[in-house]
Design a protein around this ligand. Structure first.
Ligand code: CP
Length: 299
């Protein structure tokens, strides 16, 4: 693997070896990447992805150069193309983590880059490292991934985390999916076609309680305001699903609730105290999973 652009590049063997490495790196601080430089180039806001990559690199003894707002604080503001920026960054860093508002941007970057490009989210396209840490969370919380039922809820059309998670889970056996969304925000046909092609069972519904009642994993997502052409259509859809404490209690006893975060109003803070709430633990696993990926790509 030279670059990580989408989950299609990850087979089960690679995923499992990254997870074994992540287990061994939990809580570790060493100098295994001393002398290496990671550039984090973010054209869109981020809390978890950028900071966890930077924390991962620091824990491995490497250095980070960064812009948190490349739209304004890189020469993109003066009209520089993404390709030119990436060509130049190749002389300054050993690997590059890119977040960009346009689907396909990471692939464009990889085409002109001789250092590894890691896609940290490209518009409504892919978010492969989020998918890795999500599957890792499932493995750690349920003790298995094969054979589970996963309900994904919310904006499945624009949510790159949900899209990448579904695609990555097709590497595992006997997973079934319930895709819960309003008709306007249904999962894209590129992902549902992939499920059909791989013989994966899925159902689609707009009913939250029916869609989640048998799930082992309930994966909530926010309605992606930044992908809507106008505020009115966002406002109309944003309150459609709300998971509160009583709906969390009604899930299967052993179910876990996940969310890539940030949350807005689809997952109430009153759920945080539920033993099913796994989303902050999920965010914390981002560090060791990204340490494993950086080790894999750079050492
Ligand atoms: N889950 C995720 O991508 O979060 P950030 O946008 O904060 O990086």
């Amino acid at each position: 693997m030279d670059h990580l652009i989408n989950t299609e590049q990850l087979d089960r063997k690679t995923v499992e070896s990254l997870f074994t490495l992540a287990d061994s790196l939990e809580g570790v601080r060493n100098n295994s990447l001393s002398g290496k430089i990671l550039a984090t180039l973010f054209y869109e806001p981020s809390t978890r992805t950028r900071f966890s990559f930077e924390s991962a690199m620091a824990r491995l003894g490497g250095a980070v150069i960064s812009t948190e707002n490349a739209k304004e604080f890189s020469s993109a503001a003066k009209g520089e193309t993404l390709e030119d920026t990436i060509r130049v960054m190749n002389s300054y860093a050993d690997a590059l983590v890119l977040r960009h508002p346009e689907a396909g941007a990471a692939e464009r970057a990889a085409r002109v880059s001789s250092i590894p490009v890691i896609n940290a989210g490209d518009g409504a396209g892919h978010h492969p490292t989020q998918a890795l840490l999500d599957v890792y969370t499932i493995q750690k919380s349920l003790g298995k991934v094969d054979g589970i039922t996963v309900a994904l809820v919310g904006d499945l059309k624009n949510g790159r985390a949900a899209r990448s998670l579904v695609a990555l889970l097709t590497q595992f056996s006997s997973i079934s999916f319930t895709l819960v969304s309003p008709p306007e925000l249904k999962m894209g046909s590129d992902i549902t076609d992939l499920l059909t092609k791989r013989g994966v069972v899925f159902t689609e519904t707009d009913d939250l309680s029916r869609g989640t009642r048998d799930a082992d994993v309930v994966y909530m997502t926010r309605v992606q305001k930044e992908r809507f052409p106008d505020v009115d259509s966002y406002e109309r859809l944003k309150g459609k699903y709300v998971l509160n404490r009583s709906s969390a209690d009604a899930l299967k006893e052993t179910a876990i609730i996940m969310h890539p975060l940030p949350r807005v109003d689809e997952l109430l803070p009153e759920v945080d105290a539920s033993p099913k709430a796994m989303y902050f633990k999920q965010a914390s696993y981002g560090v060791s999973v990204r340490m494993a990926l950086l080790t894999h790509l750079l050492s």
